[in-house]
Design a protein around this ligand. Structure first.
Ligand code: 13P
Length: 283
């Protein structure tokens, strides 16, 4: 059944677990995400970025996910990941999305508030929930000095003000997390997360979770993270499965046998994350 992120995340907040948000851009990835969610009886967020929508077409991709959502026994949210502007959020809402993220985090605080509030007003009027980000997720590299890292991280006092002024349903935090695989071990600032949690009572979101060790994920959940975004590890499983299959069957030209093992490989990754996040059996 189709649900909003707010429905899923408030239940997660009460239950002390996190809901996985997995990125898709095609049929096979969606099969893998939904296969794992249904198998583990877990609520799930299926996320599409603006890039995914450009690649697949919003009409096609939204219908693939909505077809699953309407027939699945588990709660499913269809979510726009990192919506770049008001128009992209509205386009998704018109296509049946139950949740959107407006990412104006590159803008100064007041402009981020204004852009986010505009989306919240329109989305809430039609029952769609909204996520926004404060602080910036950069590809944190070894050579970035600490002060630059600090600037990019979410300020706890600003976070409280941001949530109050925007009325968002979930807040994505920057606590040293980054998209893509990490170079070395990620250094998450849990004191900062704790300080944000003390000031903000809505569900918190951790982006860039691929490659974060399990014990850090558990700590993050214990400190109020209710939604965890995974993309890179699923892509990695896809690419490995294709390479492995074609190495063994170099003459195969039918996409179906080539792609079938990718679904199983990606589903295994998603299922493992669902278990780690504690959302198995909550659907
Ligand atoms: P990863 O690609 O690091 O898993 O991050 C996914 C994400 O945060 C999507 O918004």
């Amino acid at each position: 059944m189709l649900k909003t992120n707010a429905d899923l995340l408030l239940a997660a907040q009460q239950g002390g677990y996190a809901v996985g948000a997995f990125n898709t851009n095609n049929l096979e990835i969606t099969h893998a995400i939904m296969g794992a969610a249904q198998d583990r009886r877990a609520p799930v967020i299926v996320a599409t970025s603006a890039g995914a929508l450009k690649y697949a077409g919003i009409g096609f991709l939204s219908q693939i996910v909505l077809t699953y959502a309407h027939q699945a026994a588990v709660p499913v949210a269809l979510h726009l990941d990192h919506g770049p502007n008001f128009a992209s959020c509205m386009d998704c809402i018109r296509h049946g999305y139950s949740s959107v993220m407006i990412d104006a985090s590159k803008l100064p605080f007041d402009e981020n508030v204004a852009a986010t509030r505009q989306v919240v007003e329109a989305a809430h009027a039609v029952g769609v929930s909204v996520e926004a980000e404060l602080g910036r997720l950069v590809g944190i590299e070894d050579h970035v000095v600490v002060s630059e890292r600090e600037v990019a991280m979410t300020n706890p006092d600003e976070a409280a003000e941001f949530v109050r002024q925007t009325g968002i349903d979930a807040l994505a935090v920057a606590i040293g997390n980054a998209h893509g695989f990490y170079k070395g071990d990620p250094q998450l600032d849990f004191d900062r997360l704790r300080a944000i949690r003390e000031r903000v009572d809505i569900p918190l979101v951790l982006h860039g979770a691929s490659g974060i060790p399990d014990h850090d994920i558990r700590t993050a959940i214990s400190l109020g993270i209710c939604k965890i975004n995974i993309d890179t590890e699923v892509r990695d499983a896809f690419a490995r499965a294709v390479r492995q299959f074609l190495a063994k069957h170099p003459d195969e030209i039918d996409p179906r046998p080539i792609l079938k093992p990718t679904i199983q490989a990606m589903q295994t990754v998603v299922a493992r994350k669902i278990e780690l996040f504690g959302s198995a059996g909550r659907g």
